[in-house]
Design a binder for this molecule. Structure first.
Ligand code: SF4
Length: 337
């Protein structure tokens, strides 16, 4: 079987991340310090196998390396028939430390930037894993607005911080974020959800919100919160289909050690495709295309009813979106093998 793809996106974790968020769906790993030659190496490796290549120098914190401007130029240069996106993401760590950064971001077209809260100061610092994070988020909000970029606040909730939702909403009102975004011809967005249940977030399963918490959450956000696990569980018991995780246009995470994983869920051993340096890109792509990683194989071969039967909880009222629940079951199944 050939290993040519219509498009490949590959992301290199050159510098890692300053945070250690407890909800991080990618999962935690040590930060690296890779060079421009490493980024070129990754791009050169994938390039012969597609005519459309999208290259990124990060997949955890964007712009965490001091030469972020040079890296964006290089991403554009190394990409083929594709332009790397910004996903309305910036580094709030850098916004607080580098005066030029937000101006640069505005000039390259960033008009909105997402910032993540977990409640007020104590809870947010705890969840982001860094003292001072909450204050940096507030300062970043101000700096963004001064530079005509709208902040978008997302609030991640579990049972232990759900009571702080109203305080965060009140704070956004006190800071007049709606009015100030309007002044720069933009809208202020705020949304609330519990996130997926993989990576670090999987460890929070026990305190995941349940249906009896819904009354604490403004109704306009309920559609983002999914349904009870037991409803999904029962639905899946009658579902004998399987899921092929392969994409026509795959996206690959490449770690600082050049290990490659498809970006399906967190970086788990059961999704390992091989190492760019020791196995070579051809083997990595072959493994992907043939569903050779354990999780791909399980997903392709084991019916959803079996995943639910083995790993689901028929009594749970925890809230999940269906997609997040399927990934949760798959990870549990692979982990328990
Ligand atoms: S969620 Fe994002 S910012 Fe937080 S640790 Fe993970 S990669 Fe870093």
């Amino acid at each position: 079987m050939g290993v040519y793809f219509n498009k490949i996106t590959s992301l290199l974790d050159m510098a890692g991340c300053p945070n250690r968020c407890k909800h991080c769906w990618i999962g935690h790993s040590p930060n690296g310090n890779l060079s421009i030659n490493d980024l070129k190496y990754m791009a050169d490796s994938f390039s012969p196998y597609t005519d459309n290549l999208e290259i990124y120098s990060w997949f955890r914190e964007p712009d965490f390396k001091d030469n972020y401007k040079e890296l964006l130029d290089l991403e554009n240069k190394l990409s083929k028939n594709a332009k790397p996106k910004r996903f309305e993401l910036l580094s709030f760590w850098r916004i607080n430390r580098d005066l030029e950064y937000v101006k640069w971001a505005y000039n390259i077209g960033v008009k909105k930037c997402q910032l993540t809260f977990f409640g007020l100061e104590e809870k947010t610092d705890y969840y982001i894993g860094r003292k001072g994070a909450f204050r940096e988020l507030l300062k970043a909000t101000e700096i963004l607005l001064e530079n005509n970029i709208s902040p978008r606040w997302q609030i991640f909730i579990n049972k232990d911080n759900i009571d702080e939702i109203s305080e965060v909403i009140k704070l956004s009102e006190k800071m007049k974020l709606k009015e100030r975004c309007l002044k720069i011809n933009n809208s202020f967005e705020l949304f609330i959800h519990q996130g997926s249940c993989d990576g670090e977030n999987e460890k929070l399963y026990d305190i995941r919100i349940t249906s009896d918490d819904l009354y604490k959450i403004p109704e306009e956000f309920h559609h983002l919160l999914g349904v009870e696990e037991k409803i999904l569980f029962n639905e899946l018991l009658n579902d004998s289909s399987t899921i092929d995780l392969r994409e026509e246009e795959p996206v690959f995470y490449v770690t600082k050690d050049f290990d490659v994983y498809p970006n399906i869920t967190s970086i788990n051993p059961w999704l390992y495709l091989g190492n760019l340096k020791t196995d070579g890109v051809k083997k990595v792509l072959f493994n992907y295309k043939n569903n050779n990683s354990l999780a791909q194989k399980i997903s392709f071969e084991v019916p959803l009813c079996k995943l639910a039967e083995k790993c689901g909880n028929p009594n749970s009222t925890k809230l999940f979106s269906k997609d997040d629940y399927l990934i949760y079951l798959l990870n549990q199944y692979c982990k328990n093998l």
